[in-house]
Write a new protein. Structure first.
Lengths: 153, 524
């Protein structure tokens, strides 16, 4: 692509990442969540693919790394569920909520401004889903890209 | 003894173990393929053990609940929810436990087989990931007590199956079969989703027990029933929605075909669960019962007549799978048709249902065995074409023995398990309607004829020169087939014990809607 597109992509790239991560991390407070945020982050990958040539893209974004993200996200998700088993509660039990630990701030009843440090394991699971969707969609995009290159060259 | 922790958490653990193993296997596979084989084999063994422990517990102590994310695993209805069970609940009664037994045995036998049969192929890290996801999907589908959760596990199963059907690309033919399967599965899943939406809109609940307790059988419920029956009958390969089965079954690797049979049984379970637990006596039992009987008879007849002219051994077996599914639909359909009439139900209804349900477990065993033998033959000979095989009985003796066991079982010859369940179906269906029993017997005879032909063209005759180098299948594959063959013979020799201890409780649990509701809502 032209220099204009590349420069634009370079400029936008960090902002897309940050916006996606924002949607992921505020999943328990605002509309959106792990999947939506992960999809936004994956659009950054799509932007890179559109702006750069096949060789540059494959040098920048590794398929192995994206596959690893996919697995790690899923493992983190299940791990958050298993952690509940370890303390004697049923699978997926929200043992962190209102506990005072990580994401464990007690939420006052009634209208409140929405504190990030709440909701227990839900933000952790959102994060896990975000990582997973980022990896998964990126892998899909990379596979589509490889199909196009063979056609073009 | 078994630690209490495992027994208490077994419903969750049997889903957790394959999931964790599935997502770790790409990492572990990087160490070496040997380590990966041990890892996935061990994970499957653990999963099977947990599922069997759970099934044993259910058979001895009654229905088990597992409430995800609650403060305690048995707290189905939170105190502040207005009496609605809002959480995802696994509810395992005897019918679910029976399906767990089937999945545990087949899943373990098949992974032993595929560790050997797939060893020389590429892309194994995703193969085993998807395999374990399929197991997760099946186990989840048969255990869940939440209808949306059922849809989720159905989708996990469909996606993993589609990936595995396309696993051997085979010049794009396998991909085409997978695409067909995937499109149909998606349409079916959407139909189920619409039905779930209808329930949710009417009854404000997704929990099956809650929906069943509030069921009105309004016009909307009838629409939902049609959508669910159509989608799940398609997924289990009943005629006239069977057209994906020959393609998918014949193009998938043989180990996966054997697991697809189990997967189709899980869809059948979903169908029975919907009809008996969600609706039960509220629906017009005779009409819906006859609908399922007709689906069953059509599947039996069309399946077997389509199977006879096939030249590809796996396509032939796939059509027989369609045909055998018909027996299960027939048996359980007869039970449904007399639902609500206690005297008829006692006279032959329960027996027909037991026959149908017994046939589910028998079918999973002998059909799995047959597909595995077909895979073993393909591994050594490199073709599925019956016209190009012959004389393999000289070199593959054990495979031949296993094939004979499977073939006689599917044809309903004593002393194999197919005979036991088919006899129950014949006897009870004859009391209900003699014509149906006659059709069922004719189909069995045609099945026997078809398998005699297959047996002759694969194993009999002089040893062919082009197959002079053919050896017996590798040991792990034989062990996998052997496990299924032993089950086939044991179930055939002692059907009384199996029916009494496994099948009768399952049939009664399926009919007893009140117990299913009561386990979640209490009292009822």
């Amino acid at each position: 692509m032209s220099k204009i597109v590349r420069t634009g992509a370079n400029l936008l790239y960090p902002f897309i990442l940050i916006f996606g991560l924002y949607v992921i991390m505020h999943g328990h407070l605002t509309p959106g969540g792990g999947f939506q945020g992960g999809a936004v982050v994956a659009t950054a990958v799509a932007l890179v693919i559109v702006a750069y040539s096949f060789e540059e893209v494959t040098a920048m974004i590794k398929k192995v790394g994206m596959k690893a993200r996919e697995s790690i996200g899923l493992l983190l998700f299940i791990g958050a569920g298993i952690a509940a088993l370890a303390i004697g509660a049923p699978f997926f039990s929200n043992f962190l909520a209102n506990s005072g630990l990580l994401f464990g701030q007690v939420v006052p009843s009634g209208p409140n401004p929405g504190d990030l440090n709440t909701a227990g394991v839900i933000p952790i699971m959102n994060l896990a889903v975000g990582i997973e969707v980022w990896g998964g969609l990126a892998v899909i995009l990379l596979y589509m890209l490889s199909g196009i290159t063979k056609e073009g060259s | 003894m078994i630690p209490a922790f495992i027994v208490e958490n077994s419903p969750a653990l049997m889903v957790i173990v394959p999931l964790v193993a599935a997502f770790l296997s790409p990492f572990i596979g990087r160490i070496s393929s040997m380590v990966r084989s041990i890892w996935v084999g061990g994970a499957m063994a653990v999963t099977s053990t947990i599922a069997l422990i759970l099934a044993l517990d259910v058979y001895s102590a009654g229905t088990r609940l597992y409430v995800f994310g609650a403060s305690a695993a048995s707290a189905a209805v939170p105190p502040d929810s207005g009496g609605i069970p809002i959480r995802i609940i696994f509810e395992i009664d005897q019918m679910s436990a029976l399906m767990l037994v089937i999945t545990a045995i087949s899943g373990f036998a098949i992974i032993l087989y595929s560790l050997s049969s797939e060893r020389s192929h590429t892309g194994l890290e995703s193969f085993y990931t998807l395999y374990l996801l399929m197991i997760t999907g099946i186990l989840g589908m048969v255990s869940t007590g939440d209808i949306f959760n059922f849809f989720v596990f159905l989708e996990i199963l469909s996606l993993a199956s589609a990936g595995l059907i396309a696993y051997r690309v085979d010049g794009g033919v396998a991909v085409e079969a997978a695409l067909k399967y995937f499109v149909l599965s998606t349409i079916g899943a959407l139909a189920i989703l619409v039905a779930i939406g209808i329930y949710y809109g009417q009854y404000n609940a997704l929990n099956m027990a809650m929906i069943a307790a509030r069921m009105q059988f309004s016009v909307l419920d009838q629409v939902a029933l049609v959508l669910i029956i159509a989608a799940l009958a398609m997924k289990c390969g009943a005629v006239p929605m069977h057209f994906w089965t020959p393609d998918a079954y014949s193009m998938a690797p043989s180990s996966i075909t054997a697991l697809l049979v189990v997967a189709s049984q899980a869809s059948l379970y979903g169908l029975f669960r919907t009809v008996f637990t969600l609706y039960n006596v509220t629906l017009n039992a005779a009409t819906v019962g006859w609908l399922i009987i007709i689906l069953g008879v059509l599947s039996m007849v069309v399946g077997v007549t389509m199977a006879i002219p096939q030249k590809n051994v796996k396509r032939l077996m796939a059509y027989h799978a369609v045909s055998q599914t018909g027996y299960m639909l027939l048996g359980v359909g007869v039970g449904l048709a007399v639902l609500g009439n206690q005297s008829l139900l006692d006279a032959f209804g329960y027996m027909a249902m037991e026959g149908g349900i017994f046939h589910i477990i028998n079918h999973a065993m002998y059909k799995g065995l047959l597909f595995l033998t077909a895979g073993a033959i393909f591994l050594r000979v490199g073709t599925y074409n019956l016209n190009r095989m012959g004389g393999l009985g000289h070199s593959m003796k054990w495979t031949m023995v296993f094939f004979v066991i499977g073939a006689l079982a599917i044809a309903g010859i004593p002393p194999f398990n197919g005979f036991a369940s088919k006899l129950m179906i014949y006897e009870s269906v004859f009391v209900f309607n003699p014509l149906l029993a006659v059709i069922a017997m004719v189909v069995s005879i045609l099945t026997l004829a078809s398998f005699v032909k297959v047996f002759h063209s694969i194993f009999m005759g002089p040893a062919l020169p082009e197959y002079s180098g053919v050896r017996e299948a590798p040991m792990p594959m034989l062990v996998g087939m052997g496990i299924l063959a032993v089950v086939v013979i044991l179930f055939g020799l002692f059907p009384g014990i199996v029916v009494e201890s496994l099948i009768t409780p399952a049939a009664h649990a399926l009919v007893d809607q009140g117990a299913y509701i009561g386990a979640v809502l209490g009292g009822a």
